[in-house]
Design a protein around this ligand. Structure first.
Ligand code: ZN
Length: 142
């Protein structure tokens, strides 16, 4: 069975919706911080391969943080020049630098998976069923 290869724009849209970039299924996250091991719809493993895989998502989050900082700085200085209130700038910058990585964390994960799928399309081994033990159901006779 051939594996479909979604377009980059489609995977980007799905990743921004915190869904599986490959099929759009979800939910991709158990909590805000915890990504499912694989897509509940298509079975794509989100961590694909080598150790340190999520280093790329940290890089994506770092890019987002730096982009927010530059946008904040330019907008703040443009709005308050020639006499910017530097104390407020420091507090606002500190708050943004604390909130942005937390808010952007899940997006950095799905965006990195989408980028990885775009560069390195899904292969059959990426869809292997997860090896999670089935929950044993206790019956009254056990
Ligand atoms: Zn999927």
């Amino acid at each position: 069975m051939p594996i479909l290869r979604p377009r980059g724009r489609t995977m980007l849209r799905r990743a921004l919706a915190l869904r599986c970039p490959h099929c759009g299924g979800g939910p991709a996250f158990v909590t805000w911080r915890r990504l499912m091991p694989s897509c509940p719809v298509c079975g794509l493993r989100f961590e694909r391969g080598e150790r340190g895989y999520w280093l790329g998502s940290y890089f994506f989050n770092l890019i987002a943080i730096e982009t927010v900082f530059v946008a904040w700085m330019v907008a703040f200085l443009a709005a308050t020049w020639p006499d910017p209130p530097w104390d407020f700038f420091q507090l606002g910058t500190a708050a943004l630098m604390l909130v942005t990585p937390i808010a952007g964390f899940p997006f950095s994960r799905t965006l990195f998976v989408a980028f990885d799928l775009w560069v390195r399309p899904a292969a059959p081994e990426d869809f292997a069923a997860p090896h999670e033990p089935a929950r044993r159901r206790l019956l009254p006779d056990d």
